[in-house]
Design a protein around this ligand. Structure first.
Ligand code: NAD
Ligand code: DAU
Length: 365
């Protein structure tokens, strides 16, 4: 079986759903259910013997040791992290705790377990660490995209903590021989994305007639990848990646933030026409003509990285992975998903998603 950490978050839950749709191999999902963890994302797996959920913290060494000993996973796929840059600016400590200390404890537990395996199981074991392109810092307009050999230059507490975790993973492979794999991916978007991040925030604010806060001039560039393509890349790296290697994952979709927001607004105009829905500007009460009327430029993020771009040619060349979605197909699916899943949005916004564990598991042993 696989041990997945952070499998109730945005990418982790998409990964678990995709894994269960493509294989019969069981998944043990360890997640602390912070504000970002939402078991409702995995509702379709409720009762499935393929998915076992454990609420717990990756910093809890005793729990980790017990889970490794009892379940004997053949691989770890490590998503669990504090993931939001703005939160890391307001409160960096949780980022060091989970992303650095938590990854360290997970590596230690994995190493202890792995050391006791027979030679064949040792060679087959994998520790796949899911990381980010933000560890490489920021690019100028004409710089080449980040490759696997770009020096690390993290600029936010979030990216610094992820860089720290990447270095620990590297060291455990180099020093102890733990068979690790690291993926560094660009910005994801898609279903179950928590509406604190750009794309889901813009969708849910627009539908509520609230301002769409664009930081600074909105000309910062991100390289967007549909989340299911990221999950497929992780599955491929787990299957065929070379231990000790790192793989950049990206969609070749560089877009300025303001263009992303304009695209979301245009899709909402098409799919959820504001006047028909009776949506009003939450500030003025006036009927909305176009959702783009809600765009508001606000103070920039401190230390805001200007441009990210990923060179994903190694993954394509060595493992044959390529994204299936273009930005146009992926963003349309995403807007449609949020329109079709407004109960999920409402439960996230009113906090009731946090009752899900009690609702779902309260009556069980
Ligand atoms: P997320 O914030 O949506 O989910 C994180 C999950 O980790 C949550 O379910 C949360 O409950 C869990 N978690 C947090 N602290 C924990 C702890 N101490 N112990 C156990 N579980 C804990 O994050 P995401 O966007 O799904 O990102 C997943 C991973 O992918 C992260 O490692 C992130 O750095 C990386 N990544 C994200 C993106 C992106 O665009 N979102 C891009 C590249 C890489
Ligand atoms: O690049 C990969 C990273 O992408 C991941 O490692 C992170 O976990 C993930 O959160 C994401 O980081 P970003 O900071 O790029 O994502 P976010 O959605 O927060 O912001 C995207 C861009 O939009 C960024 O330039 C800031 C801007 N922005 C964001 C918000 C929330 C706005 O202009 N307004 C906003 O309200």
């Amino acid at each position: 079986m696989l041990l997945v950490t952070g499998g109730a978050g945005f990418i982790g839950s998409n990964f678990v759903l995709q894994w269960c749709a493509h294989t019969d191999e069981p998944v043990l999902n360890l997640d602390a259910l912070t504000y970002a963890g939402n078991l409702a994302n995995l509702q379709s797996l409720a009762g499935s013997p393929q998915h076992m959920f454990v609420q717990g913290d990756i910093r809890d060494s005793a729990l980790l040791n017990r889970l490794f000993a009892e379940h004997k996973p053949r691989a770890v796929v490590h998503f669990a992290a504090e993931s939001h840059v703005d939160r890391s600016i307001l409160g960096p400590e949780a980022f060091v705790e989970t992303n650095v200390v938590g990854t360290f404890r997970l590596l230690e537990a994995a190493r202890t377990y792995w050391s006791g395996l027979d030679e064949a199981a040792k060679a087959a074991f994998r520790f796949l660490h899911v990381s980010t392109d933000e560890v490489y810092g920021t690019l100028g307009p004409n710089d080449p995209a980040f490759s696997e050999t770009t020096p690390y230059a993290p600029n936010s507490p979030y990216s610094a903590s992820k860089a720290g975790s990447d270095h620990l993973v590297r060291a455990y492979q180099h020093t102890y021989g733990l068979p690790t794999l690291t993926t560094n991916c660009s910005n994801n978007y898609g279903p179950y994305h928590f509406p604190e991040k750009l794309i889901p925030l813009m969708i849910v604010n627009a539908l509520a007639g609230k301002p769409l806060p664009v930081y600074g001039d909105g000309q910062q560039i991100r390289d967007w990848l549909y989340v299911e393509d990221h999950c497929a890349a992780i599955r491929r790296v787990l299957e065929a990646g070379q231990p000790g290697e790192t793989y950049n994952v990206g969609g070749w979709n560089e877009k300025a933030n303001i263009d992303i927001v304009q695209t979301v607004c245009a899709l909402l105009d098409e799919l959820a026409a504001a006047p028909d829905r009776g949506v009003r500007d939450a500030r003025s009460g006036a009927p909305l003509g176009r959702y783009a009327e809600l765009i508001t430029h606000v103070t920039d993020r401190p230390g805001h990285d200007r441009r990210y771009a990923i060179d994903a040619r190694k993954l394509e060349r060595e493992l044959g992975w390529r994204p299936a979605e273009t930005f146009e197909t992926g963003i349309r699916k995403t807007v449609q998903w949020y329109l079709a899943n407004q109960e999920w949005v409402a439960a996230v916004q009113d906090g009731s998603y946090r009752d899900w564990v009690q609702t779902q598991y309260g009556a069980r042993a």
